[in-house]
Write a protein that binds this ligand. Structure first.
Ligand code: 13P
Length: 251
């Protein structure tokens, strides 16, 4: 059966020293109780190797926030999936709305990145979600379906089974405006049906679908109680160990 997961996305925050400190605090807290879910932190590339050396990977998974859409070579400033894997990280967030919006990531580039992540043994946390105008126009289901189909549906069922999905309505990211638990459940159930139609019920039932967008200690338990919400991808509230751990304890 699918896993429950709470993953932090630190985005472009923390110095190396602050990031290592934060990871150590999260790791220390996780020693003090038995989490009822997998816990992952996704940190800037510069932090990965140092964090990897400080954490117990049985308690805390580690991921990057992106990787390149090429194997290696003359792509100044890019970081490949193989480089990410060589730090000890096991996860990579791909297709975050901030990357789609500010760095022009398309389903075509994401398809390549997903393939490279899988080839290098990384678990992709693949983000999907509509912007406010799309929800207001009532096309949010179509948008999310296309994002999944265009980037993922050439994968074999076996490879699809390695992907974690994160539904992040863009209007809820960093705005303090969370989707209601009903809105999250409605979309997550829809996503699971889209997967079932393509890969069958078993694959769909085994896919973890996380919710992201202003998820915090005060609303996490209600969101996670929904049958198709398998955890959260946490931005702002993952930057303090206490609030991140409180969200982990919502399971
Ligand atoms: P916030 O939790 O800050 O809204 O960010 C969500 C997010 O984008 C996680 O990837």
């Amino acid at each position: 059966m699918r896993k429950n997961i709470v993953a932090g996305n630190w985005k472009m925050n923390t110095s190396l020293q602050e990031g290592v400190q934060l990871a150590k605090e999260v790791n220390e807290s996780l020693k003090s109780f038995k989490a009822n879910c997998d816990v992952v932190i996704a940190a800037p590339f510069t932090h990965l190797a140092s964090i990897n050396a400080e954490i117990d990977k049985n308690l805390l998974g580690l991921g990057a926030e992106n990787c390149a859409d090429h194997v290696s070579g003359a792509y100044t400033g890019e970081v490949s999936a193989a480089m990410v894997a060589s730090t000890g990280a096991n996860y990579v967030i791909l297709g975050h709305s901030e990357r789609r919006q500010y760095y022009g990531e398309t389903s075509e580039t994401l398809k390549t990145k997903i393939g490279l992540a899988l080839e290098n043994g990384l678990t992709p946390i693949f983000c999907i979600g509509e912007v406010l105008e799309q929800r207001e126009e009532g096309v949010h289901f179509d948008v999310v379906k296309s994002q999944i189909e265009d980037a993922l549906f050439e994968l074999s069922a076996e490879d699809f089974g390695k992907i974690i999905l994160a539904y992040e309505p863009v209007w809820a990211i960093g705005t303090g405006k969370t989707a209601t638990d009903e809105q999250a459940q409605e979309m997550h159930a829809f996503i699971r049906r889209v997967i079932a139609d393509k890969y069958g019920k078993d694959v769909a039932d085994n896919t973890s679908i996380l919710y992201g967008g202003s998820c915090k200690p005060s609303n996490a338990a209600q969101l996670f109680a929904k049958p198709d919400v398998d955890g959260g991808l946490i931005g702002g509230a993952s930057l303090k160990a206490d609030s991140f751990i409180d969200i982990v304890k919502a399971f």
